[in-house]
Design a protein around this ligand. Structure first.
Ligand SMILES: [Zn+2]
Length: 420
C-alpha cells in the first residue's frame, strides 16, 4: 500500500514537489521523508523512523531496503537499545557519494568537495581579478571542479552533483544567471554549460539564497523555520526562509533586499539605480565614507597605513583600524551598523523572523556592528515582531555559500532521488 504523509518543515526544505497525484510522486515523497529523517536523526531505528514520519513500519522497511541497495543508508547492529536487547540503527552512509559546491564571487572562486554527509574532503578558495573575462573565470572554476572530481574518484566516491552560488539574479528553473551587476555578466546558461562539461546534475542559485540554505543545513539556523540571512561581499544580498522554505518569489528573483531604495538622492548602485540599500551599507559604502571624511579630517596614521594612498584602503583595514580606535574608521562602521539596523527593522516588520543571520564581510566587524544593529532594530521595529527575535553573526564566515551549494545538491537528492 502506498502512503503519503506530508513532511514537517524540518524534514524537507522545499516542498515544491510534494504534490499528490501519482504513485511515483508518493514514492519519492516517502523516500525523501525517510532520507531527511535519517539526515536529521542519525542514528535512528526503523521504528523511530516510522514514528517520526508517520509512515507504517512496512513502508519504512521497504524503502530502507531500497536505499541500502542504492548504497545511501547503513545499518549498525552493534548498539544496544535502552531496553537491553540489540537494536538495529540506521544512518546515511558517508560514502554514499561526493558533492561539489562552487561559489563564484565578484573577486574569488571557492570550490568544496564533500561526502554524502557533507564532511569536507577538499576545498580551494582562489582570487580572481576584474581583468579576467567571463570565460576565463568559468574555465578557472572548471579546473577546480576537475580536481575535485579526481579527488572524489581517489576516495572511491561517485559524484552526485554540482551546486553553484552566483552574485546576481538567477533563474533557478532554467539554471540561468540572468544578471550579475557587480561581475558585469548577463544571461549565462551555467547549468547547461556544466551539464555538457561534467555530465552531472547542476544546480545554480543566488549566493545569498544558498548561504541561507547552508545555515539551515549545516549552520546556525538548523532549528529555525523563519529567518533572514544577510550577506555582503561587494553588494548586499539576502536569503529569506519562510516556514523552513526558501522564499524565491514567482520566478526566483525574490529576496533582492540590497536593491530596496533607501535614499533617492544617494549614490549610484551597481544595478544602475540610485540610492539602493547596498550603497549605504556595503563595504564599498564604508570605504567611500572614510575617504569623504578624510577630506575634512586628515588622519596621518590612516594615510601611513595605506602607504600614502587611500585607494589602497580595504574594508578589512577599516575594521581593524576601527577596533584599534581610529575615529574616522569607527564612525564609518557605526554609520553602516545604524543603516543596517534600520533596514533590517523594515524586514522584521514585514517577515517577523525569529532569527537574523549576518554573514559575509560584516562578520569581521561584528564586535562593533552587533550591539548597534541590535539596538537599532529593537528600537525601530514594531515591538511584538521583535519579541522572539535573535540577531546572530554567521559562524561559517566565507564558507556559508559554498556549503549551501553542497546543501542544495543534497537537498535535491534527499527530496527527488535524482541519482541513478
Ligand atoms: Zn541597486
Amino acid at each position: 500500500m502506498l502512503e503519503l504523509v506530508y513532511p514537517t518543515i524540518k524534514q524537507t526544505l522545499d516542498a515544491t514537489h510534494m504534490i499528490t497525484g501519482d504513485q511515483e510522486k508518493v514514492r519519492k515523497v516517502n523516500r525523501s521523508l525517510i532520507l531527511n529523517t535519517l539526515r536529521l536523526h542519525t542514528p535512528v531505528s526503523r521504528a523511530q523512523v516510522a514514528s517520526i514520519t508517520g509512515l507504517t513500519r512496512g513502508t519504512v522497511s521497504n524503502i530502507i531496503n531500497v536505499l541500502m541497495e542504492d548504497g545511501l543508508v547503513f545499518e549498525d547492529k552493534l548498539q544496544d537499545s535502552k531496553i537491553g536487547r540489540p537494536s538495529v540503527l540506521l544512518g546515511l552512509r558517508p560514502d554514499g557519494g561526493a558533492v561539489i559546491g562552487v561559489e563564484i564571487g565578484v573577486n574569488f572562486i571557492s570550490v568544496l568537495l564533500t561526502n554524502f554527509v557533507a564532511e569536507t574532503l577538499w576545498e580551494i578558495r582562489a582570487q580572481t581579478t576584474p581583468a579576467q573575462s567571463q570565460t576565463d573565470i568559468i574555465n578557472q572554476a572548471e579546473k577546480y571542479i576537475d580536481r575535485a572530481l579526481t579527488i572524489a574518484k581517489e576516495h572511491g566516491l561517485r559524484p552526485l552533483g554540482i551546486g553553484a552560488g552566483l552574485p546576481g539574479l538567477v533563474n533557478v528553473r532554467q539554471g540561468n544567471l540572468v544578471v550579475a551587476p557587480n561581475l558585469h555578466w548577463k544571461n549565462v546558461p551555467l547549468r547547461l554549460i556544466w551539464n555538457q562539461r561534467f555530465h552531472l546534475p547542476v544546480y545554480i542559485d543566488n549566493e545569498a539564497n544558498l548561504s541561507a540554505l547552508g545555515e539551515v543545513y549545516l549552520g546556525i539556523a538548523s532549528n529555525v523555520d523563519h529567518f533572514i540571512y544577510l550577506t555582503s561581499d561587494i553588494g548586499l544580498g539576502g536569503g529569506i526562509m519562510i516556514d523552513g522554505r526558501l522564499f524565491r518569489g514567482g520566478h526566483g528573483y525574490g529576496g533582492e533586499i540590497g536593491h530596496i531604495q533607501r535614499n533617492p538622492q544617494g549614490e549610484l548602485c551597481g544595478c544602475g539605480r540610485i540610492g539602493c540599500w547596498e550603497t549605504q551599507v556595503g563595504p564599498r559604502a564604508v570605504l567611500r565614507r572614510v575617504k569623504k571624511e578624510f577630506e575634512t579630517h586628515h588622519d596621518q596614521s590612516l594615510l601611513d597605513a595605506c602607504s600614502g594612498n587611500l585607494d589602497n584602503l580595504t574594508f578589512d583595514m577599516v575594521v581593524k583600524f576601527a577596533l584599534e580606535g581610529d575615529l574616522i574608521c569607527r564612525q564609518a562602521i557605526e554609520e553602516v551598523a545604524v543603516n543596517l539596523g534600520v533596514g533590517i527593522a523594515d524586514l522584521v516588520n514585514i517577515f517577523n523572523p525569529d532569527l537574523i543571520v549576518i554573514g559575509g564581510a560584516f562578520i569581521q566587524g561584528k564586535e562593533i556592528l552587533h550591539s548597534i544593529i541590535e539596538k537599532t532594530i529593537f528600537s525601530t521595529a514594531l515591538q511584538p515582531s521583535t519579541d522572539n527575535l535573535r540577531i546572530e553573526f554567521s559562524e561559517r564566515d566565507t564558507e556559508a555559500c559554498v556549503l549551501g551549494a553542497v546543501a542544495v545538491v543534497l537537498d535535491d537528492i534527499l527530496r527527488e532521488m535524482v541519482i541513478n
